[in-house]
Design a protein around this ligand. Structure first.
Ligand code: CDP
Ligand code: MG
Length: 193
């Protein structure tokens, strides 16, 4: 059994598709063990997307560079310094800003292979690569280059923990132990006994 964190980003709340997104996890059988609506501040978001986690920041920059390359767009038009770490910091700042633009809905989901299953349902980070049937594939069509031009992150509606380490860290950041609940679902009773 695993627990993982998803966060419905401000755009998902503002578009009014909270129910449609959560239904997808519920249908699979995943159990909602924590959920709330909060307007996060910079302090919390800096812990969620830590600027000191260099491999995360550089990875963000590298993926941005890769997107430009694939699209055949000159990165120099957008960024003065082509160091993936510097670009990563820039994208991370935009990401934090955009997550502060409205309330978000962190939700903890529990089930066997919850982390992997949730990532599968959420889909690829880049909307054009997210398969139909996934949340990002069905509800988003943004582009890295368009987003960067407007000094914002790619709008892909939802966050999901990437691995067990991230999940544990992130759940602890967004929820106190008292906000996480233990109860039995129908799925547990009929599919897992
Ligand atoms: O969210 P996910 O785990 O799929 O991707 P990530 O690599 O951890 O990046 C975190 C978030 O940064 C993404 O969900 C995007 O909103 C944003 N991002 C971006 O704006 N530009 C990129 N080239 C990569 C990510
Ligand atoms: Mg991630």
């Amino acid at each position: 059994m695993e627990r993982t964190l998803v966060i419905l980003k401000p755009s998902a709340i503002q578009r009014g598709i909270v129910g449609e997104i959560l239904t997808r996890f519920e249908k699979v059988g995943l159990k909602i063990v924590g959920a709330k609506l909060i307007w996060p501040d910079k302090e919390l978001l800096d812990k969620h997307y830590p600027p000191e986690r260099e491999e995360f920041v550089t990875g963000l920059g590298q993926r941005t560079l890769d997107s430009y390359k694939e699209l055949g767009i000159d990165v120099k038009k957008q960024f003065d310094d082509l160091d993936p770490n510097k670009i990563g910091h820039q994208v991370r700042d935009w990401l934090v800003e955009s997550m502060m633009s409205g309330p978000v809905m962190p939700t903890v989901l529990e089930g066997p292979h919850a982390i992997e299953i949730v990532r599968k349902i959420v889909g690829h980070t880049l909307p054009q690569k997210a398969a139909p049937g996934t949340v990002r594939g069905d509800y988003s069509f943004d582009s890295a280059a368009l987003a960067n031009k407007s000094h914002r992150p790619i709008n892909n509606l939802i966050h999901a923990s990437g691995n067990a380490e991230e999940a544990e860290h992130e759940i602890g950041l967004w929820f106190t132990p008292k906000e996480l609940h233990d109860y039995e679902t129908v799925h547990q009773k009929h599919m897992m006994s």
